[in-house]
Design a protein around this ligand. Structure first.
Ligand code: ADP
Ligand code: MG
Length: 625
């Protein structure tokens, strides 16, 4: 029998542990199971080098709740500890480790929540227990040890009669931690932190249905038997070699990771390096919704198969945080704040590696099966566009597989796009103009009229496209993007015979003030244009720059300041109705025609709403009466 006093400077460390780590109490279980896992790994290592003789069997871990006597048991079949070792590892090492940890992190820990990542080791048990016992039998020929400590620096250490190798930790759960005596609570924790740990973890039992014996009647009731309930998959897919895995294995691992996700992932990327850092993992591309904020199931970070966090900010490049999956690396420092992480050289390398692997995968998918890649494009484009915007290296690589869909369902690479419009879409300054629509429904009439003129119209509809376009224009030479309802379309050099105006200059001079008198000048600039006589009488366009800046503001960034709603009203001097306006002598009748033509133009821009729409409908009825 030995009584002792743990030698620490901080008189009573336990109240401190409780106080500082309040929000992360649950990590005690992860810490104790990690220790049990380490103990089994040590045993296997000793056995493999012959230091432990004989069969060691298949060691495992068990977690048991004894609700009646308010205890949790964590039992392992690992190396165990002799009395001397308990003295050394628990009384000295673990304790000083805990003390050092608290000293170092008590300030930082309060606001950053990093404790949960780091863990406090064995002493985290005192966050939930008022008394802790260790009963341990070493693999060596020595009597078992029984250590008891009630949370004060005093402990007792006596011999015990445990015969089988391994360690049992008994937590006497404190009153304020009763929640941990609930089976459901522990099950949830095991599922969160220990789902993929390398040795079997038993938690209770379950009923298993036996297969029907051969020749059994069809309506025979299958027998059941009670078996151990093992809560973990000891060999998760990411720990295996990519060559040993089939497509189906990746898919079923995804379901294991995210049981609530019914939609299969589009494809995956297996990460596997051991130099200059160690990292394994599998990333999945899910179908990404256009809503960037929608990401419930996130990438999980593990260290040696122990779950650490699902906040991978700083470790995974920002644009890839929309993906799902796991990464496992013992080399990611966790006992530091996020800002430090971002500055850390090793972490930067890891982040770059991940980014490069994703680019390589996309590139190979594109090359191997372009059709398939095109089919997936709409579900992955946001990630790619976001990556191009935020990572220069990725931008360079993505230039080869970034696709520009057209409103006709083609998917062109940049090179192909350039070649396709080279001869037909140059403006007066010699610039190549790429026309695009952001919404095929809303901009339907503009798309149609551009297509009639023989132009190619892209369909670029992701929420951040304005930012990317802005960047592309800056990087590439002599090109510009213009939305179909923008005014740039009028600057395109027309290939066929330039449309000649049917109105004389004199007539035009009479017409313009007539229209300006009706159209509100602060919103519309009137411009006469000779257009296709079969088209619309009035067409509204919006300056590309202004509209784009406004869009960029809405998705963060762009220039600051309020951009007014400004439109150019193009009056088609070749249209029959415009000729009619000019002929109409009664001012009232004429104004009504102008108003009607303006409203039609607004309608095709989706701008006619509320009272203006009601008035338009009334006027239309009057006109057809
Ligand atoms: P760490 O795990 O980081 O070493 P801990 O405070 O968790 O720190 O544990 C301290 C030491 O106590 C361990 O290094 C190990 O030597 C010993 N130990 C703890 N739990 C066990 C166990 N279940 N079996 C054997 N040794 C253990
Ligand atoms: Mg530990």
């Amino acid at each position: 029998m030995a009584n002792g006093k743990i030698n620490v400077a901080v008189e009573n460390i336990f109240p401190l542990i409780k106080k500082f780590l309040y929000s992360d109490h649950e990590i005690f279980l992860r810490e104790l199971i990690s220790n049990a896992t380490d103990a089994i790994s040590k045993l296997q290592h000793l056995s493999s080098i012959g230091a432990v003789k004989g069969e060691i069997g298949a060691p495992r871990i068990e977690v048991k709740i004894d609700k009646k006597s308010k205890k949790i048991h964590i039992i392992d079949q690992g190396v165990g500890m002799t009395t001397d070792e308990v003295n050394k590892y628990i009384n000295e090492v673990a304790f000083s480790g805990a003390e050092e940890f608290l000293e170092k992190y008590k300030e930082e820990a309060k606001d950053s929540g990093i404790i949960g990542h780091f863990g406090l080791g064995f002493y985290s048990a005192f966050m939930v227990a008022e008394k802790v016992e260790i009963i341990s039998k070493s693999h060596m020929d020595a009597p078992a040890a029984h250590w008891t400590c009630d949370g004060s620096p005093e402990y007792t250490l006596v011999e015990a009669d445990k015969k089988d190798r391994g360690t049992e930790i008994i937590l006497h759960i404190a009153k304020d931690s009763k929640e941990f005596l609930e089976e459901e609570r522990i099950r949830t924790l095991l599922n969160k932190y220990n789902k993929f740990m390398p040795y079997p973890i038993k938690f209770g039992t379950k009923e298993e249905t036996l297969p029907l014996p051969e020749g059994a009647k069809e309506d025979a009731k299958p027998e059941t038997q009670t078996v151990d309930n093992i809560i973990n998959n000891t060999q998760p897919a990411w720990t295996k070699a990519p060559t040993d895995l089939k497509e189906e294995d990746y898919k079923s691992f995804y379901r294991e990771l995210y049981p609530m996700q019914f939609e299969a992932p589009l494809f995956n990327i297996h990460l596997n390096v051991d130099y200059p850092f160690n990292l394994t993992g599998i990333l999945y591309f899910p179908k990404i919704q256009n809503d960037l904020n929608l990401q419930k199931d996130r990438i999980q970070l593990y260290q040696n198969q122990v779950f650490v966090t699902d906040n991978v900010e700083g470790i995974v490049p920002e644009f890839l945080t929309m993906l799902r999956g796991v990464i496992d690396s013992p080399d990611i420092p966790l006992n530091v704040s996020r800002s430090y992480l971002q500055a850390d050289g090793a972490v930067k390398k890891i982040s770059n590696y991940i980014s490069r692997k994703v680019a390589d995968k996309l590139s190979s998918l594109f090359k191997k099966d372009r059709k398939n890649f095109e089919e997936k494009w709409n579900d992955i484009k946001v990630v790619i566009e976001y990556g191009m915007l935020t990572e220069d290296k990725f931008y360079e690589k993505a230039g080869k597989f970034m696709l520009y869909p057209t409103t006709d369902g083609e998917y062109l690479t940049y090179e192909e796009l350039e070649a396709a419009v080279k001869d037909s879409q140059t403006d007066k300054d010699g610039k190549l103009v790429f026309l695009y629509a952001a919404n095929a429904e809303e901009q339907h009439s503009y798309i149609e009229s551009a297509k009639e003129k023989g132009y190619k119209v892209l369909l670029l509809d992701s929420p951040i496209i304005a930012h990317l376009i802005q960047k592309l224009e800056g990087e590439k030479e002599n090109i510009s993007f213009s939305r179909v309802d923008g005014d740039a379309i009028e600057n395109l050099i027309k290939k066929d015979e330039a449309t000649v105006s049917k109105l004389s200059d004199e007539e035009k001079e009479t017409l313009k003030p007539m229209i300006e008198a009706v159209v509100p000048g602060e919103q519309y600039t009137v411009q006469l244009a000779a257009m296709d006589s079969g088209g619309l009488p009035f067409v509204l366009t919006q300056p590309e720059f202004m509209r784009r800046m406004k869009e960029m503001q809405q998705t963060g960034g762009g220039m600051m300041g309020a951009f007014p709603e400004m439109y150019t009203l193009l009056v088609n001097t070749n249209h029959e109705l415009v000729g009619q306006i000019l002929q109409t002598k009664t001012a009232k009748k004429r104004d009504r025609l102008i108003q009607q033509a303006l409203d039609l133009a607004r309608l095709s821009q989706n701008l006619l709403k509320g009272e203006a729409l009601t008035t338009f409908i009334k006027r239309s009825v009057d006109l057809i009466k």
